[in-house]
Design a protein around this ligand. Structure first.
Ligand code: DSN
Length: 426
C-alpha cells in the first residue's frame, strides 16, 4: 500500500475507504465473502504482467514457465477438490464459464432450460436480455407455488415437454438443497446434457454439507468468490470427453489472454478449501443461516419456502410490512451498516427493482467468526429496522450496535495469512 499511496493517493484513499467500509459493516449479501490475505497477495502479483494465451505448455508467447506452473497447479487442485475429470480455470466470471459451456455443446438456436430468474435462477441461464437468451432458445422451470420449492415431478414433466438440448441446474436465490441426482435422472430420461451452475453453493459442496453435482452432470460451473471464498472469477469442470471442446470455447472461443494472477488466487483458494477446517467453516455457514432464519421467523417474518437449508434466505416483507419495498428496506438496513440486497420472491407481484423480498446470506459474517449469538443480535436489528419506518433514532441505535459488533469481529487475515486456520472462533 505504501507505494500506491505515494504514486496515486487518490486510488489509495478509495481503497482505504473500502477497507474501512468492509470492516465497519456486516456483509449479508449471500453472494459475497471476505477472501484471505494470501488470495489477495496472489492476485496482486507480477503475474498480471504476463500474456499467456493458450494452455500450460501450449502457449502463444514465450516466457510462460511460471504461468504454466501456476495454472497447472490450479487445474490439479480444482480437479482434486471437486473430484472432476477436467478443469478449465481461465473463465473471467461465472457468466463467462456458462457461455463457454454453451458454446462447447450447443449450436445457436438450440434450447437451454434453466430455473426461472423470477424464481431464483440466474440471468446467464437464458434470460431474454442476456446473450444466453438471445443466441439460444430458452425455456424455464420454476418452484411449486405452494411450497416455493422445486418439485421434481413438476420439473420432470416440464423438461420432458420442452426437450432442451441442455438442462441448466442451479440458482442464485434459492434457499433449499438441490437434488442433483434427481436432475441427472431427468436429464438422462429426456436425453439432454446437464450443466450444474454451483456458483452460490460451491463452498458448501466441497465442505460436504450439500449434495455433490459432479457425478450427475456433464458440466459444472462455478464462481470462486462466494461460499468458496476465493478471488472473483469462474471455472468449468467437465467430463474428459468434453475437455477439448470446453478449452476451445474458453480460448480462443470467448476469451483472449487468461488472468494468471487471478488463476494464482484461485489456486490458493482451492488449497485453503482442501484443508480440514474448511468443512467446519461450511457447516458453520449452514448453522448461522439456520439461526438467523429461525430468529426472523420467530419475530413473525415469513421466509420463502419456510426457511433455509443452505447459506441464504429470502424474507417476504409483505408478511409484516405490506407497503415496504425491498429496495427501500435494503436502503434502511444499509444506513445501519447491515448490507443486504432486495430480491424478487417467487410469484412476486412487484417489478424486480422494487421487489417484495430481501435476500440474506451467512458466508461473510461466518468468515468473521460470528456464531449463533451474533445471528440472534442481527435478526433483532433487522426486525427493528424493518419496523422503524426509516426513522433516525432506531437507525442510529442499530448503527452503533453494528459498529461495536464489527469491532469485536475484525475481518481475519488481511495481512497475507491464509484464512483457513484463523477464521473459526469457538
Ligand atoms: N450477482 C450474483 C448474486 O448476487 O447472486 C449472481 O451472479
Amino acid at each position: 500500500m505504501a507505494s500506491l499511496e505515494k504514486c496515486d493517493p487518490e486510488v489509495a484513499a478509495i481503497l482505504a475507504a473500502e477497507v474501512k467500509r468492509q470492516s465497519e459493516t456486516l456483509e449479508l449479501i449471500a453472494s459475497e465473502n471476505h477472501c484471505s490475505g494470501a488470495v489477495m497477495e496472489a492476485m496482486g502479483s507480477v503475474l498480471t504482467d504476463k500474456y499467456a494465451e493458450g494452455y500450460p505448455n501450449r502457449r502463444y508467447y514465450c516466457g510462460n514457465e511460471n504461468a504454466d506452473r501456476v495454472e497447472q497447479l490450479c487445474i490439479d487442485r480444482a480437479k482434486a477438490l471437486f473430484n472432476a475429470e477436467h478443469a478449465n480455470v481461465q473463465p473471467h466470471s461465472g457468466t463467462s464459464a456458462n457461455l463457454a459451456v454453451y458454446m462447447a455443446c450447443l449450436k445457436p438456436g438450440d434450447k437451454i432450460m434453466g430455473m426461472s430468474l423470477a424464481h431464483g435462477g440466474h440471468l446467464s441461464h437464458g434470460m431474454r436480455l442476456n446473450i444466453s437468451g438471445m443466441v439460444y432458445q430458452a425455456a424455464s422451470y420454476g418452484v411449486d407455488e405452494k411450497t416455493e420449492q422445486l418439485d421434481m415431478d413438476q420439473v420432470r414433466q416440464a423438461v420432458l415437454k420442452e426437450k432442451p438440448t441442455l438442462l441448466v441446474v442451479g440458482a442464485s436465490a434459492y434457499p433449499r438443497k438441490i437434488d442433483f441426482a434427481a436432475f441427472g435422472a431427468i436429464a438422462q430420461e429426456a436425453g439432454c446434457l446437464m450443466m450444474s451452475d454451483i456458483a452460490h453453493i460451491a463452498g458448501l459442496v466441497v465442505g460436504k454439507v450439500h449434495p455433490d453435482p459432479v457425478p450427475h452432470s456433464d458440466f459444472v460451473t462455478t464462481t470462486n468468490h462466494k461460499t468458496l471464498r476465493g478471488p472473483r472469477g469462474g471455472i468449468i469442470l467437465c467430463r474428459e470427453k468434453w475437455a477439448k471442446a470446453v478449452d476451445a470455447a474458453v480460448f480462443p472461443g470467448i476469451q483472449g489472454g487468461p488472468l494468471e494472477h487471478v488463476i494464482a488466487g484461485k489456486a490458493v483458494a482451492f488449497y485453503e478449501a482442501m484443508q480440514p477446517p474448511f468443512r467446519h467453516y461450511a457447516q458453520r455457514i449452514l448453522d448461522n443461516a439456520q439461526t438467523l432464519a429461525r430468529e426472523l421467523m420467530a419475530k413473525g417474518w415469513r421466509l420463502v419456502s419456510g426457511g433455509t437449508d443452505n447459506h441464504l434466505m429470502l424474507l417476504d416483507l409483505r408478511s409484516r410490512q405490506p407497503d415496504l419495498t425491498g429496495h427501500l428496506a435494503a436502503d434502511w438496513l444499509a444506513s445501519t451498516g447491515i448490507i443486504a440486497n432486495w430480491n424478487s420472491i417467487p410469484f412476486d407481484p412487484r417489478p424486480p427493482m422494487r421487489a417484495s423480498g430481501l435476500r440474506f446470506g451467512s458466508p461473510a459474517v461466518t468468515t468473521r467468526g460470528m456464531g449463533a449469538d451474533e445471528m440472534k443480535l442481527i435478526a433483532g436489528w433487522i426486525d427493528k429496522i424493518l419496523l422503524s419506518q426509516g426513522e433516525s433514532k432506531p437507525i442510529d441505535e442499530v448503527r452503533g450496535a453494528v459498529l461495536e459488533l464489527c469491532r469485536s469481529f475484525p475481518i481475519p487475515a488481511r495481512d497475507g495469512e491464509c484464512a483457513f486456520d484463523c477464521q473459526i472462533r469457538e
